[in-house]
Design a protein around this ligand. Sequence first.
Ligand code: B12
Ligand code: SF4
Length: 446
Amino acid sequence: MPSKKNILLINPWIYDFTAYDFWMKPLGLLYIAALLKKHTNFTLSFIDCLDRHHPSLPKKLHTKEDGRGPFLKQEVSKPRVLANIPRKFSRYGIPLALFVEELDQAVPPDLVLLTCTMTYWYPGVQAVVEQVRKKFGRVPILLGGVYPSILPHHALAQTGVDVICRGPGENKIFSLINEVLGDGTCLDPRIETLDRMPFPAISLLRNKSSLPLLTSRGCPLRCSFCASFLLSERFEQRSAGSVVHELEVLCKLYKATNIAFYDDALLLNKQKHIIPILEGVIQKKLALSFHTPNGLHVDEIDYELALLLKQAGFRSLYLSQETFEETLIKESCPKVSSDDLGKALDHLERAGFRREQINVYLMVGLPDQDVSGVRQSVMQVRNLGAQARLAHFSPIPGTADWEKIVSRGYLKEKVDPLLHNKLVFPYVWGNITPDEFESLKKTIHP
Ligand code: B12
Ligand code: SF4
């Protein structure tokens, strides 16, 4: 029988120029927690540095009906490498003193588990590790998520954690825990398919009205700026039945009202995947509002799908057009063509969505992009009656665009990941100047 150990899971702060709770939840850590709950008798506790609903926050934060809202923030000094960027830098999330209080109240852990999503959010991990070390000394700390998966050496060298998990954690967590705790008490169940994963440990979250949902992992395409292929080896989809069952649980057990999809490619293989999911939601009359913060594939939206999206309760739609520039489409975005958006918007409007409420992501800052191309794309979205949203380019090691940036000498291969920040390109290396960037924003929000 595995021995009783205490595991403390922590979702670190974000250190950044801006941060907003755009349906942001530590889904990877919640999956890891669910696996530990199911397969061990460890006692789990959780501190969420991004908890916007913590009862001891110095002020109540506004939350929109759809679940989004601001984080509390505290300005901090800017790291040296960002010194020339004329924007304030802040720690987003609960106050430092509140975090220390939470650590004081925690049962001393045998192991601490952390996650980190963006490569440029590693200062949040450093800050958490510093406090954990102050309080609990040499307790082993294990870090997973996108950042250590893409930059394992940086994560090990710069954050002070003891061990990292690279890539999907479900088949690694148990052997890593055995390695770290050294007592061989963990079983090692093999999770061969996403359907065999337990549902994420939502019970750990304080506020459950807005929740994340993952119905698939990876993407079969290869856009030049995207790291999806580095994070999951293959494109896998859950069965529709399992997804609908999870949604029923979220409704009944947690009274969830807003669901944000975390998939890279939600609409692909639609006859076998999203269509039966939507039919299940409609048939079971699940009263949920759905949101797609990760853009949807525009070319998959026909009238049948648009109608099901509407009937199932999709509220905020974000579509990934990325660009209308033909050369960029060819080189960077195999998923789009320049006439798909018009057709998709027609279908969505016929199905009952209002055009002006449909958001269309357009990339800005790609290595071969200049301001005029982005402006033309913005105008094209506007002419189609939808709302353009700039998706700022964040360079990610291992992608085709990263190779371009390094080979052109814009950034060095081993550059500080803080320079991967999505707001850095106009100031450090991009073809678009800060003034042009500001004028683009004004074109969108005059
Ligand atoms: C959902 C998502 C978001 C959400 C927020 C998610 C969050 N909690 O922060 C939203 C929509 C807000 C978002 C925004 C952005 N995102 Co995003 N996002 C994603 C996405 C699609 C999924 C992440 C996710 O949660 N997956 C589901 C969970 C289950 O997976 P996971 O966290 O990896 O967890 C597994 C393993 O990593 C591991 N694991 C995780 N934690 C732990 C902990 C331990 C202890 C262990 C053992 C294991 C472990 O096990 C888990 C289960 O297998 C990824 C792409 C991807 N495929 O990962 C991009 C991605 C992370 N985003 C990216 C980008 C570019 C952005 C934006 C800049 C886009 C833009 N232009 O605005 C913004 C940035 C926001 C900001 N403020 O700066 C890039 C990363 C950029 C970078 N430099 O790091 C990615 C990789 C997409 C890409 N284009 O390649 N994003
Ligand atoms: S379609 Fe989306 S998820 Fe797939 S490679 Fe392109 S950007 Fe990444």
